[in-house]
Structure formats: structure tokens, C-alpha cells
Design a binder for this molecule. Structure first.
Ligand SMILES: [Zn+2]
Length: 288
């Protein structure tokens, strides 16, 4: 029995402001630009602790900060796909979604030498085409969904969803889901935002966030004993002093446990897939 910890970093930089908030305001963009400051702090933190992280990087961020990409590659970190300019796939036609997916792959491949195998959807929402497109484009895993918390599972395509008939489960496909959770994401807790979409208060007490993140880890470690603990972190958010010190405290506490390993998501998924091949896997959703 062991617990794997995956530290994941969504390096949105300016892209999420440009696409998500539809703004070119220098002030808003500067909040994204701080992501580069945060990224450099995090790269140092990971190097000092000998941890390899998984960085989901929009192509737009990669092109804006090639020095950070070079540092990530030379540091042995995994680079995953996160759109080209943080586009929300749920709002796209299929052809546009393919264009963005391939543009992001091309940028990351040109800068890292390999095509990404991991994906996290910007904005947290797939279209009805997204999973099939990830499969067609050679992705091994996604980390955007929430049907479990610490246990990976195979994604499905073809669910039938209607208000006037029972839910019909689709077919499992060879994309591993490493569950994501909003309460293990720094952005809703810390980042204060106002837009047409509403207000996120943010500005949370880091001690409160520590309690939530530590509570999730303790449940996994003490009650389940096996699984993957995934933190979703944004350099422009967690890179601020107060939240970064909280993260360091949490990592100290987690590292003090036996049978806990820090790994990239890609490495973890490769092992999990080997131990749980799709051909013999039984979905917890539909039962044996
Ligand atoms: Zn993002």
C-alpha cells in the first residue's frame, strides 16, 4: 500500500485572462504575468525537495516564457496540455476544438521534444467531443473530472443523458482519469476575481486551506491507504508568499509520512494502467 502525491501546476499566465475574461487590460494581464515569478519560485522549491511535478501549460504561456519551459524540461518535469490560449472546449465546435488541441500539441512538442500525454481542460468543462478527441490524439490520461477522489478510473464516451429517461452509462475508453477536485485547487480559495461571470471572493486564510488540503490527505492516508493525492496549483496564485509558505508546510507534513511518494502524473498513470488494464477493468460506476 502506498500513497502517490502529484503536484500539478496550471501555468495559465496571461492566457486565462485573455480568453477566460476576454480582457487586454494591462492590469489584468499583469496578474497573469506574475505567474512567471511564481513559476520560478516553484521550480526552485521542487528542485530543493527533489520533486518532479506535472505542469499543464497552454501553448500561449509556453511561447511567452520559453526560459521557464526550458527550466521545466531540464528539471525533469512533465508537461501536459492545457489548451492553446486557455480555451473552454465546452463552447467550441468540433473543428475549432481540434485546431486548438493540435496547436497546443505542436507548441509543446516543439519546445519539449515530445508530444504531451496528459491533459487538463481549461475552465473545467469538456465538450461532448473532447474525450474522443483526446483518444484520437494519443493522450494517455486526463485530470479534469470528479467521479472519484483518490482512485483513478477509465473515462467513458457515449453516456446518454436526458431529463425524461434513466442515465445510460457509455463505454469505457483508454483514457485514464486522475481525479481533480475544486477543493484541492488553489484558485477558488485564494484568487479574488470580478467579471461578468460573477465574483469569486478568494483571499482565503491559508490556515483554513491547509486544514482542507491536510484533511483530504489524512482521509486518503488513514482510511484508504492507497491512491493518488492531486493538488491543482497555479503559479500566479500559489506563488504568493503566504500561500507558498502554507504549501511548504503541507509538503513538510506529507513528506513525514512513510509509504508516500511524489511522482509525475504521467509516471503514475503508466504504472496504474499496467496494473489495471482496460480489458479486465470493472467500472465502479456500473459494477462488475
Ligand atoms: Zn488553467
Amino acid at each position: 500500500m502506498s500513497v502517490t502525491v502529484c503536484l500539478t501546476f496550471d501555468f495559465d499566465a496571461m492566457s486565462s485572462w485573455i480568453y477566460g475574461y476576454r480582457t487586454k487590460s494591462p492590469n489584468a494581464l499583469s496578474r497573469g504575468e506574475f505567474g512567471a515569478v511564481g513559476a520560478r519560485r516553484l521550480i526552485d522549491l521542487l528542485r530543493l525537495r527533489n520533486i518532479r511535478g506535472t505542469w499543464f501549460v497552454p501553448g500561449h504561456s509556453a511561447e511567452a516564457f520559453p526560459d521557464i519551459m526550458a527550466a521545466l524540461v531540464s528539471g525533469g518535469h512533465e508537461i501536459g496540455h492545457h489548451g492553446y490560449c486557455h480555451e473552454d472546449p465546452s463552447h467550441m465546435e468540433r473543428a475549432e476544438e481540434i485546431f486548438v488541441l493540435e496547436r497546443g500539441i505542436d507548441v509543446l512538442r516543439s519546445m519539449t521534444g515530445v508530444a504531451p500525454v496528459g491533459y487538463r481542460t481549461p475552465s473545467g468543462s469538456f465538450s461532448e467531443n473532447s474525450l474522443a478527441l483526446l483518444l484520437e490524439h494519443g493522450f494517455a490520461y486526463d485530470s479534469s473530472m470528479m467521479a472519484d477522489d483518490f482512485t483513478p478510473y477509465y473515462c467513458r464516451v457515449g453516456d446518454r443523458v436526458a431529463v425524461d429517461e434513466p442515465f445510460v452509462f457509455g463505454e469505457c475508453v483508454d483514457i485514464v482519469e486522475v481525479p481533480f477536485a475544486w477543493h484541492l485547487d488553489d484558485h477558488p480559495f485564494f484568487e479574488h476575481t470580478r467579471s461578468r461571470r460573477g465574483i469569486n471572493p478568494g483571499l482565503a486564510d491559508p490556515n483554513r486551506v491547509y486544514e482542507v488540503w491536510r484533511g483530504e490527505f489524512d482521509y486518503l492516508y488513514q482510511r484508504l491507504g492507497e491512491g493518488v493525492y492531486t493538488l491543482t496549483l497555479h503559479p500566479q496564485v500559489i506563488g504568493r508568499g503566504h500561500s507558498l509558505l502554507m504549501l511548504e508546510r503541507l509538503l513538510d507534513d506529507i513528506a513525514g509520512h512513510s509509504n508516500v511518494v511524489f511522482r509525475t502524473m504521467g509516471d503514475y498513470v503508466a504504472e496504474w494502467r499496467g496494473e489495471n488494464p482496460l480489458a479486465t477493468w470493472k467500472s465502479p460506476a456500473t459494477g462488475p
